[in-house]
Design a protein around this ligand. Structure first.
Ligand code: AMP
Ligand code: MG
Length: 416
């Protein structure tokens, strides 16, 4: 868990983003597994091994609309065969196919005994009494064997994988109407500040709308978690205390604002009273101040992330620190976005001692990246216009046009 906070920390003693993330990942718990309806499991991590309860497909069937025949009868064309019946998907053949015989068959219908090959309807004259096969057809063509997808008893999915549509289809095909997965974290989100107002309220002088609540709740949902919107908390210790106590049922808490060292920043004293908290000055821009700790209530410990109030800082620190934590809580091993390298199309000025996450537009074909425009920590459009973050390291105070830089592909999911 977090190291203890010391308010006397010299301003220069900044923590690296990598260290902060490592501490966060070490500090968050893995959530328990739960049993959910299959359709609610998309994107969650499987918490059990799954075996096939039967062969899939359960019976030999046709892959085409056509005629079920004996391969020997259609090795050369033309061939004329007597049509002895018809079989549609969902029914079962009531007789077998003998030499010189054919049965009309539809895609997915069970193969009759005796037949081992399907001739596509396009390769026949489509007649109903005596059919003429116009193309020689190799034995076994256009048939699917029982169990060719899944074998009864075989383990088809293992604990720890992320469920995508294909896996959900496999679960359905072996009869799992419910499935055991790692719990989706329920994340309380609130905004702090005396200047913050609800969207449906008139804006008085000096007030601003609560955009962070919506940004962060959406980012929580995009991370596969369930936002639990708790509204605005005023800048008073009592209000904050009540708000935190009311959120103790959450799996995690995300707040924005009130983590700087202003006179109205109360998160630190209140959370020190209700749990533990560390304030970290992280060597990044934007988003230098970040609080991480846990709210305690008896045995219960709820991780809390106090993000900065500036709109870009809040969303960016969520992306860098909170999203990986929420994925890890869901049992994901890989919590890092894919990265690439690209040529910078313009020079970028930065503070030498800080790692700078610039908002960028990456062109994967040209392998180039440019800034989205002004990069201030309150310019949320810089995030809206971006499809990536340009990750510029501590060290240089300027990165030149044409340099190869690291790009975080924030629109791509973490590899499974
Ligand atoms: P703070 O970290 O509380 O000092 O806030 C830093 C800046 O972010 C101030 O300009 C705040 O007005 C702004 N801010 C704080 N909370 C929000 C919010 N929920 N929505 C939009 N802006 C906010
Ligand atoms: Mg504030």
């Amino acid at each position: 868990m977090p190291v203890s906070a010391t308010s006397a920390k010299p301003a220069r003693q900044l923590m690296s983003a990598d260290d902060a993330l490592a501490r966060i990942l070490a500090g968050v718990p893995a959530l328990p597994s739960v049993d959910v309806p299959l359709l609610d499991s998309l994107g969650l991590v499987l918490a059990e091994d799954i075996a096939a309860d039967r062969d899939v497909p359960p019976f030999r069937n046709s892959a085409m609309d056509g005629y079920a025949v004996r391969g020997d009868d259609v090795a050369s064309a033309p061939a004329r065969l007597r049509v002895v019946g018809e079989i549609a998907a969902g029914s079962f053949p009531d007789r077998s196919v003998g030499p010189g015989e054919a049965m009309r068959i539809m895609t997915g219908a069970p193969m009759p005994d005796g037949a081992d090959t399907v001739v596509r309807v396009e390769d026949t004259d489509n007649a109903s009494d005596i059919v003429t096969i116009t193309e020689a057809t190799p034995t076994g063509l256009s048939t699917r064997q029982a169990g060719e997808d899944l074998r009864k008893g075989e383990t088809i999915l293992t604990e720890g994988i992320v469920l995508r549509p294909a896996e959900i289809g496999l679960l359905a095909s072996v009869g799992h109407a419910r499935v055991r997965v790692r719990k989706r974290p329920r994340v309380a989100v609130f905004s702090t500040g005396d200047e913050i107002v609800e969207l449906d309220q008139p804006l008085e002088r000096g007030q601003i709308r609560d955009s962070n609540r919506y940004t962060l709740a959406s980012a929580i949902r995009a991370a596969g978690a369930e936002p639990w919107v708790r509204g605005i908390v005023r800048d008073s210790p009592d209000a904050l205390r009540a708000a935190l106590r009311g959120a103790v049922e959450a799996d995690a808490i995300v707040t924005s604002g009130g983590v700087s060292v202003g006179d109205h920043d109360h998160l630190k004293p209140v959370l020190s009273e209700l749990g533990t908290i560390d304030f970290w000055a992280i060597a990044i821009r934007p988003g230098r101040p970040l609080a991480f700790g846990e709210l305690r209530d008896g045995e219960r410990r709820v991780p809390i992330f106090g993000l900065p109030g500036n709109t870009v800082s809040a969303l960016l620190t969520f992306e860098i620190f909170v999203r990986p934590a929420l994925l890890r809580m869901q049992g994901r091993q890989n919590v890092a976005r894919p990265r690439t390298k690209a040529r910078l199309l313009e020079p970028v000025e930065k503070v030498a001692s800080l790692r700078f996450f610039a908002r960028g537009v990456h062109d994967p074909d040209a392998e180039t990246v440019r800034l989205t425009g002004p990069q201030g920590s309150g310019i949320l459009r810089s995030m809206s216009l971006a499809n990536c973050l340009i990750d510029l390291p501590v060290g240089p105070s300027r990165v030149e046009k044409g340099e190869l830089v690291d790009v975080i592909l924030t629109e791509a999911p973490e590899p499974r």
